[in-house]
Design a protein around this ligand. Structure first.
Ligand SMILES: NC(=O)c1ccc[n+]([C@@H]2O[C@H](COP(=O)([O-])OP(=O)(O)OC[C@H]3O[C@@H](n4cnc5c(N)ncnc54)[C@H](OP(=O)(O)O)[C@@H]3O)[C@@H](O)[C@H]2O)c1
Length: 283
């Protein structure tokens, strides 16, 4: 990679930011699409976020990703929002257009694109879909499912009230919330076309007590947003039962590729980047 006077500058704001996979990923996108751009990690402390955001137009920076802990604060600081950002109350992508800062959130679109890549044969769009968890990632997932027209969404969360609040905001017509674990959750499985884990359960090999995948139909898919480890106990159990499975690495890469396309107008190929990251993660 060579940097010239004309090189477009992109980046990510986070605190911490050193662990982020985004710089490596976006460098691959630039190589893949032949775009003259560079993607820089910016370690931005919370007290400097507003100044850093407002400096973007004058520095000629075309856009940045926003990561922990700045997604909600950035939502409050940008001048405009996309529908996705508004639905999530959080911004993961800022697009700079002249003096305007447009806040977007590409997580849901990345998830939907990855579902299409993996689960076309399951008819997931016809629902019902069971979503485990009701945090930030679940918001992106439920929003994407409702945008895709899924007729029935069941959110199962450890804290029932959080699940109810999410459904009330994002899927009041088509959704319902149940407790995790519960008999109601188990009873929802026989009709489900897709089960999605959006919780952090499985990151360290944990399982869901009281959840048995036996009840899922044979043609259902199981998606886990966790990608490291590549196969959580949930995905291992689903695989043993012969169900279609996918982890969240594709979602990560696709949400990044959508951001990249918003900034550059170029849609990079994602498959080589997913394969490369699998290698990096030792999957
Ligand atoms: N692949 C991707 O691109 C991608 C994108 C975003 C996030 N993720 C992953 O998704 C996961 C969640 O992220 P997030 O931002 O949504 O986190 P979050 O906002 O903190 O939400 C965490 C969720 O997990 C539930 N939970 C946590 N520990 C639990 C336990 N022991 N038993 C049952 N439920 C538990 C919480 O339930 P309560 O409400 O009861 O606390 C909540 O619903 C993380 O592993 C993250 O890495 C992946």
């Amino acid at each position: 990679m060579s940097i010239r006077g004309s090189t477009r500058v992109l980046g990510v704001f986070g605190d911490p930011v050193a662990h982020s996979l985004s710089p490596a990923m976006h460098t691959r996108f630039a190589e893949e699409s032949g775009e003259d751009s560079v993607y820089v990690p910016f370690h931005v402390l919370p007290e400097n976020l507003e100044t850093a955001l407002h400096a973007l137009p004058s520095l000629g920076i075309r856009g940045v990703n926003i990561t922990v802990p700045h997604k909600e604060s950035t939502f409050r600081l940008v001048s405009e929002h996309t529908d996705a950002a508004r639905a999530m109350g959080a911004v993961n992508t800022v697009i700079v257009d002249g003096e305007r800062l447009i806040g977007d959130n590409t997580d849901g679109a990345g998830f939907a694109a990855d579902l299409e890549a993996h689960f076309d044969h399951t008819g997931w769009g016809k629902g019902p879909v069971v979503v485990l968890g009701a945090g930030g990632a679940a918001r992106a997932v439920v929003h994407a499912l409702t945008v895709a027209g899924v007729p029935e969404v069941v959110v199962a969360n450890r804290t029932l009230e959080t699940g109810q609040a999410l459904i009330g905001q994002l899927a009041p017509e088509t959704g319902r919330a149940v407790a995790l674990p519960s008999e109601e959750l188990q009873n929802a499985l026989p009709r489900a076309r897709l089960l999605v884990n959006t919780t952090s359960v499985g990151l360290k090999g944990e399982t869901f007590p009281g959840l048995s995948l036996d009840a899922l139909p044979r043609e259902a898919g199981v998606y886990d947003l966790i990608y490291n480890p590549a196969r959580t106990p949930l995905l291992q159990e689903a695989e043993q039962q012969g169900l279609a499975v996918a982890n969240g690495l594709g979602m990560l890469v696709r949400q990044g590729a959508i951001s990249y396309a918003r900034w550059t107008g170029k849609e990079p190929r994602v498959e080589p980047v997913i394969e490369w990251l699998e290698g990096q993660l030792g999957n």
